[in-house]
Ligand binder design. Structure first.
Ligand SMILES: [Zn+2]
Ligand SMILES: [Zn+2]
Length: 420
């Protein structure tokens, strides 16, 4: 009686499905649907296919606009989208808004617009060695996936009922009068169905996911940290975030976070390292081994006769960071030299005279007795200038605070008095 493929001009099938006459009122159609839906509900051993047909028929006939199109042109016209002009071209959306209070229908989720799931962002700590050499990090993450057993329907029969709390919209509106004829409308997630718009009969719930439509999955992601990647760079796994019904899964995003290196600093593709020479090395030459980030040993040495001054920098080409995506191109390695001077008292006056024969002559000439008589004696004290400055600043702040408090003082007791 109810053929799966309707004839083009069939304008009676929906009425026959519901068991209503072509002239039935909205109320009669509703009653007819209710009766048939209860009788054919899969929970009570009804045929799910028939149940779907009922839902489809009622969806169209309960909408006056669609009913008119159906009455004139049949089912195909509706499928071809002639039902446009209403708030929605999709018969399932329309159906949802019409279905309140009545039993469930099948396939309601088909018509919903897909939401975009949230991206999940993790920070991934990496060492400078990791960024220099490249590495693979395995990370175990758990996420929600669509239940495999029920294919995300949440029920054994594949049927879910409309939530009575929100009429299937998943959202609830409350209105509040805020005076002078003004009404504020607020929208919030339906607490009954938690936004899904559906409720599932207890007996029909999928045993795997208990009607939640989703289950947990543990997944190991292999994060490829490529040579030359930067601090803050993102590695994206598209669509690997939580799955949910009617949702396009978001991405899992790893943001690289560089751990500070005890020796090397990085700026773009260049590396910076500090090295302290003692005075003999600075004056007479040096050589030392620098362990690079890939374990190679670089021999660093001065040229013969070369003197290194405190704060001087030198560069070695192609020993910086590999350039991301063209790792054979590398930046420079800069070495900043400090010079550690010997401690006081280490050189005797005799040795000083020897040094004077090698080093440049003193720039200050010896003062005569007369010149000395005209001067006042002074004492040089040891000082840590940074500490000194910090202490001075603190003192100044303290003084400022005290001055401020004094100004305020009369008002404090008066407030206390007022409270008593
Ligand atoms: Zn399930
Ligand atoms: Zn609800």
């Amino acid at each position: 009686m109810f053929g799966r493929v309707p004839k083009k001009s069939d304008t009676t099938k929906y009425y026959e499905t519901l068991g209503a006459s072509k002239s039935a009122s909205q109320d009669e159609l509703k009653k007819a649907y209710k009766k048939a839906a209860i009788k054919n509900h899969p929970d009570k051993g009804g045929d799910p296919e028939k149940f779907k047909e009922l839902a489809q028929a009622y969806e169209v006939l309960s909408n006056p606009e669609k009913r008119e199109i159906y009455d004139q042109y049949g089912e195909d016209a509706l499928k071809e989208g002639m039902g446009g002009g209403g708030p929605s071209h999709n018969p399932f959306n329309m159906y949802e808004s019409f279905f309140g209070g009545v039993f469930g229908g099948a396939g309601s989720s088909r018509g919903r617009r897909q939401k975009h799931g949230k991206d999940v962002v993790h920070t991934l700590k990496v060492s400078l060695e990791d960024l220099y050499n490249g590495t693979t990090k395995k990370l175990s993450l758990s996420r929600n996936i669509i239940c495999q057993k029920c294919k995300g329907k949440g029920s054994k029969s594949g049927i879910s009922g409309r939530c009575y709390g929100c009429q299937g919209s998943g959202m609830k509106f409350t209105t509040r009068r805020i005076g002078l004829g003004m009404i504020q409308q607020m929208q919030h997630v339906c607490p009954v169905c938690r936004g899904s718009g559906e409720v599932i009969n207890e007996k029909d719930k999928c045993p795997q996911c208990r009607g939640n439509k989703i289950t947990q999955e543990k997944k190991v992601l292999e994060v490829q940290v490529e040579k030359g990647m930067q601090h803050g760079q993102k590695i994206v796994f598209e669509g690997q975030a939580d799955q949910a019904p009617d949702t396009i899964s978001g991405n899992v995003v790893f943001v690289l976070q560089l751990k500070e290196h005890p020796k090397f600093k990085r700026k773009f593709d260049d590396l910076y390292v500090e090295h302290t020479l003692n005075l003999t090395e600075a004056l007479c030459g040096f050589q030392f081994v620098l362990n690079h980030l890939d374990g190679r040993q670089l021999l660093i040495k001065s040229n013969s006769g070369e003197i290194f001054k405190p704060g001087q920098s030198k560069a070695i080409n192609n020993e910086g960071m590999p350039h991301h995506q063209s790792p054979f191109i590398r930046g420079r390695l800069y070495i900043h030299f400090n010079v550690d001077f010997p401690n006081s008292g280490i050189i005797s006056s005799e040795q000083c005279r020897t040094l004077e024969t090698i080093l440049p002559p003193r720039s200050s000439k010896r003062l005569t007795g007369m010149e000395l008589d005209n001067c006042e004696e002074t004492t040089l004290h040891d000082v840590n200038i940074e500490d000194e400055m910090r202490r001075k600043q603190q003192q100044q702040q303290q003084r400022y605070r005290e001055a401020y408090d004094e100004d305020d003082e009369p008002s404090i007791p008066s407030v206390q008095c007022a409270q008593q």
